[in-house]
Structures are given as structure tokens and as C-alpha cells.
Ligand binder design. Structure first.
Ligand code: AMP
Length: 386
């Protein structure tokens, strides 16, 4: 009996446990919070990520270790890696934890991205804003996610406010300034690499964010065959360079034919949640397979698939469950403003059938604005010959 240890016990761990159970696996999740939602379906060890005694106890219970949370201190990941196999490897995790090292890597690998600069003072900020032009975005280098730790600088007049908001982080998480990309759409590559180097990617996913947080996804994304191939090639370059094992996501901006990298997430990703009900093999199952050195499953999409994120509190499940291929994912979390508490997956064989299903769900739940950009994209796809 193999036991997989997961650092972080949120919804991602929960979905890995659900996907790994049919493979005969056991899991132990490790989280600082006693109410971590994966703890409802797997043994939970409560502990701090930097508590070596707790980590030693955890390591003793498991055969292999992975992550649901990328901000586990790199030193803890390295410490564990001396005791148990850890995938992805701690060096890869460390790169992905820091926007500056991640973007420097993209640049070294020839992956296009918006201009960026390390910012360590107000003067450096002012100089780089003048260089990049406005708008631009000041972000914390580490520990930011879902648009948190970001300040949009719309004009030179915002520099003081930006420094006031984030300047104190310069000596802590570090800061990075990025040029703003007036993108047409956002896409992500969700990909997996096995222990033996086998690489597979799901079709690109189109993503819509609201206030920096994912709201809806659609696969396949509305991209050209060339963009699809290019994006997957970028993901492969990153994975091979880092000797990455497991699932990861590479987020990209599309502007015309151009693709610009934004960031990578060294874990299963919200933009791959549709794969649970819309792909031959889900990201969760393939992550577990990769970590264990098992053959990887096929990543093809079964028709057209969409995911709607539920933030704050769960809506009524019935309109989704009434759909032919509507699936409900409730993470078992307490409601809280802005918190990711669940999602719905919908699938259909044709773009128009999926658009209709999404519209019915959007109307029934009063979520017309959430489904609108996906429905609009599906209508365009449905009208396009071929
Ligand atoms: P991030 O945490 O970097 O993924 O940012 C969250 C969201 O903010 C992204 O998905 C974009 O919608 C937006 N965003 C972040 N960086 C940029 C940028 N350089 N240009 C335009 N939009 C951005």
C-alpha cells in the first residue's frame, strides 16, 4: 500500500485524494489549519510548514511527498527531500515561488513575456515606470496569488500610492514591476511530466478573471493551431529545464498572434479543474500518476468543457445537476467573502450545446455575467466553419 503525503490540505489536495483513491492509494495531508478541507476525506496532520519535528512525523507516515500549496518554505521542501522523494523537486518549487526567478527563466528559455524589473526602492520604481510607461503593475515577488499583493499603476501620479501600498514588502517578499499587457484573452497550458521525462499537455484552456481571480474556463481555448503548439512548446521547455515531475500550469496572455508568459504554478491548477469531467484523464489523476512514476493518462478533451468557479458561498446545485453533463464540486469549506468554495464543470459534444447549457445555468443562478464571455466565445467557435 503506497501512501502519498500532500503538503497543504486545501481543495487541490482534496481533489488529488479523490482521484488517487481508485488507484489504491492512501494519503496523508499536512496543513497548519485544523479545518483544512482535504482533512474531511484523508488523515490530516496539523502543523506549521517550518516545524521540522512535525515534518519528520509526516515524512515517517508517507512514501512520497507532493504539494497542494506552492508557498511551502523552500527550506522545508529541501529538508523533506533528504528523507523522502519530493515531487516536484524543491529547486523547481523555489523558482516558481519567486516571480523574478520565474520570469528570468522564461527569458533564458526564449519565452516572450512583458518587460519586468526587480524593484528595491521608490527611486527604482519611478525610473522603471518611466521606462515601461503606464499602465504597469507592481507585484510582490513572493507569496502573492489571485491578484493579491498587486498594485496597478495607471499614471505617474500613482507611484506614491503604489509605494505606500507595497513598498514595505521590498525588503520582505521583494517587488517586481511588470509592463501591462492589453491582452485579447488569457490562456493557460496545463501540462504534466512524468518521472521518466514523458511530457503531456491538455488542450489550452481559455480563462476569464474577475479582480485577479479565476471566474470561468473553457477548453479547448479559442487559439490558433500555431498558438496551441507554441504554448505547449514553452511549457515543455520550462518542465525540461526544471526536471519537473507532476502537473503544472503556465499562464499566458494572447495579444493578436503573440503569446506572452505571465507566470507558472508548480501544482495542479484552477484552470485545469475542467479536466475532472471533461478530459480522458484529469490533472489530479495525472499528477498522482507522475509523482508515483506510473504511466501518464491521455489528456484529450472530450468535446467542449467549461468550469465555473464559486467564490464566497456555494450557489444552488440543482441547475447544474439537471444538465446532461453537469458536475458539482463542493470543497466542504465554510463560506467566506472571496474564498474559493467550489466549482461546476459542464461538458457537451458541440460548442453550441455547451453554450446553451451554460446559459441555462447562468440564468437559473443569476450568474449571467459569469457565463457571458464563455457563451460568447462558444458561439463564435460554433459559427466558425471547420
Ligand atoms: P497573477 O497573479 O500574476 O496571475 O495576476 C492575476 C491577473 O491579473 C492575471 O490573470 C491578469 O488578468 C492580471 N494581470 C496580471 N499581470 C498582468 C500584466 N502584466 N498585464 C495585464 N494583466 C495582468
Amino acid at each position: 500500500m503506497t501512501t502519498v503525503g500532500i503538503l497543504g490540505g486545501g481543495q487541490l489536495a482534496r481533489m488529488m485524494v479523490l482521484a488517487g483513491a481508485p488507484l489504491g492509494l492512501r494519503f496523508v495531508v499536512f496543513d497548519p489549519a485544523a479545518d483544512a478541507c482535504a482533512g474531511q476525506i484523508a488523515p490530516l496532520q496539523v502543523g506549521a510548514f517550518d516545524d521540522n519535528a512535525a515534518l519528520a512525523e509526516f515524512a515517517a507516515k508517507v512514501d512520497v511527498i507532493t504539494f497542494d500549496f506552492e508557498n511551502v518554505p523552500a527550506a522545508s521542501a529541501r529538508w523533506l527531500a533528504e528523507r523522502r522523494p519530493v515531487y516536484p523537486n524543491p529547486a523547481a518549487l523555489a523558482v516558481a515561488q519567486d516571480r523574478l526567478s520565474e520570469k528570468t527563466l522564461f527569458q533564458e528559455l526564449g519565452i516572450p513575456l512583458p518587460p519586468f524589473a526587480d524593484i528595491d526602492s521608490r527611486e527604482a520604481l519611478a525610473a522603471r515606470v518611466a521606462e515601461f510607461g503606464t499602465p504597469c503593475i507592481l507585484k510582490t515577488r513572493r507569496l502573492g496569488y489571485d491578484g493579491k499583493g498587486q498594485f496597478r499603476i495607471r499614471s505617474q501620479a500613482d507611484i506614491d500610492a503604489a509605494w505606500q501600498a507595497l513598498g514595505a514588502q521590498a525588503g520582505k517578499t521583494g517587488l517586481i514591476l511588470e509592463g501591462f499587457v492589453a491582452f485579447d484573452r488569457e490562456v493557460s497550458v496545463v501540462a504534466v511530466r512524468g518521472r521518466d521525462g514523458e511530457f503531456r499537455a491538455w488542450p489550452l484552456t481559455g480563462n476569464w478573471h474577475v479582480d485577479g481571480v479565476l471566474s470561468a474556463s473553457l477548453a479547448p481555448a479559442e487559439v490558433t493551431a500555431a498558438q496551441q503548439a507554441t504554448a505547449i512548446d514553452y511549457a515543455r521547455r520550462v518542465a525540461e529545464h526544471l526536471d519537473y515531475v507532476g502537473v503544472f500550469a503556465l499562464e499566458l496572455f494572447c495579444r493578436g498572434d503573440a503569446l506572452l508568459a505571465n507566470e507558472m504554478a508548480p501544482r495542479v491548477h484552477n484552470s485545469g479543474h475542467w479536466t475532472s469531467d471533461g478530459a480522458e484523464t484529469s490533472q489530479f489523476e495525472n499528477h498522482v500518476r507522475a509523482v508515483l512514476g506510473l504511466p501518464l493518462g491521455d489528456t484529450r478533451v472530450l468535446g467542449y468543457a467549461s468550469m465555473l468557479n464559486w467564490l464566497g458561498q456555494m450557489p444552488d446545485a440543482k441547475p447544474v445537476l439537471a444538465e446532461a453533463a453537469g458536475h458539482w464540486h463542493d470543497y466542504g469549506k465554510q463560506p467566506r467573502e472571496g474564498r474559493k468554495v467550489g466549482h461546476a464543470n459542464l461538458r457537451a459534444d458541440s460548442p453550441l450545446a455547451l453554450a446553451e447549457a451554460l446559459q441555462r445555468v447562468g440564468d437559473a443562478l443569476g450568474r449571467q455575467a459569469q457565463v457571458a464571455p464563455v457563451v460568447e466565445t462558444l458561439h463564435r467557435t460554433g459559427m466558425t466553419p471547420g
